[in-house]
Design a protein around this ligand. Structure first.
Ligand code: ZN
Length: 78
């Protein structure tokens, strides 16, 4: 009878532990109410000369496309 009580206490302990773990995981996956939305996705463009990919904000615009560097813009457009 004594072992049955010990077994029951262990089972209740495991049940509580599992419930807490599940609640923790749920809290982490749910978005926080104060959290801001994800940032806008960055548009990636390819250099017209070497085809390296870079964010549009860092690309140099040219007459025949965008370039990764001033050297490639000069190389393509003279
Ligand atoms: Zn380039």
């Amino acid at each position: 009878m004594k072992y049955l009580i010990v077994f029951a206490v262990v089972l209740v302990g495991i049940w509580f532990w599992r419930n807490n773990r599940r609640a923790e995981l749920r809290d982490k996956s749910a978005p926080r109410p104060g959290a801001t939305a994800l940032p806008e996705p960055t548009e990636i463009v390819a250099c017209a000369v070497c085809a390296v990919h870079l964010p549009r904000a860092e690309a140099l615009p040219g007459g025949q496309g965008v370039y990764c560097s001033d050297a490639h813009r000069r190389q393509a457009e003279g």
